[in-house]
Design a protein around this ligand. Structure first.
Ligand code: ZN
Length: 239
């Protein structure tokens, strides 16, 4: 089975469309590590896509914020503005779907999906030490996560651990593998291209990908929606 792993779509329609076009023919099912909405101008489009096409979607912090499941004072002003705007434009049906999304970890065919970490869905695993601290929460040797918008991950092994740089990685049961496909809709690793990954269970490989998309389109839709311009500008720099 080939799993297309998506995370942090953030209501970016142009990025999502470009990823799906690029991934066509390379996957059997789609899995989603959360943050379908927030920041971006097309939350209903992103939700409709996930409702119809993702086999599993778990909730992210921005999904919770958009439907009132979290306190907005934890958010910076720009994120708060976008959460309120998103909550206002979501259809009732789509808001209900988001509100009912499961919390990770979600186990799928022997591996897991989490948004932040297996211990705390809102925690950021940025460094190796963050991953080591979260290892106790892992119940499978392979986990996909998001939240940081940084493509790559961590391999934890008793004789040494390492950060994983995007490439084609073969996983096994001798290590604990935390793999981040990168963010579809708002990359923050300095590469503005949309991030995604494919896990092929037969060969046990995770392949990381980046895809260019029409950032101008998303920028203009952000501005036209009345969302903070900085949310469009940051997309050009991948920060
Ligand atoms: Zn996010």
């Amino acid at each position: 089975m080939r799993y297309l792993i998506l995370s942090d779509i953030h209501a970016n329609r142009a990025a999502l469309d470009a990823v799906i076009a690029a991934a066509r023919g390379h996957y059997d099912v789609i899995l989603n590590c959360g943050d379908v909405v927030g920041y971006g101008p097309d939350p209903n489009y992103a939700v409709a896509f996930c409702r119809e096409l993702c086999r599993h979607t778990i909730r992210g912090n921005h999904d919770k914020a958009a439907v009132g499941l979290t306190e907005l004072e934890w958010f910076n002003p720009v994120a708060r503005t976008s959460a309120l705007w998103t909550g206002g434009v979501l259809t009732m049906e789509n808001a209900d779907w988001i509100a009912a999304l499961p919390q990770g970890p979600q186990e799928v065919d022997g591996f897991s999906l989490v948004h932040g970490s297996p211990v705390d869905e809102d925690e950021y695993m940025v460094d190796l030490s963050d991953a080591e601290a979260a290892a106790s929460g892992a119940h499978t040797s392979l986990l996909f996560f998001g939240h940081t918008h940084l493509q790559g991950g961590f391999q934890l092994h008793r004789s040494g651990s390492r950060m994983i740089r995007p490439a084609i990685i073969t996983v096994d049961d001798g290590s604990l593998w935390f793999m981040n496909p990168g963010s579809v809709g708002q990359p923050r690793d300095g590469d503005p291209r949309a991030g995604w990954a494919v896990y092929e269970s037969a060969s046990r490989t995770v392949a990381y990908h980046r895809t260019e998309y029409d950032i101008d389109d998303t920028y203009h839709r952000i501005v036209d929606a009345g969302l903070p311009e900085v949310l469009g500008l940051r997309l050009y720099r991948g920060i």
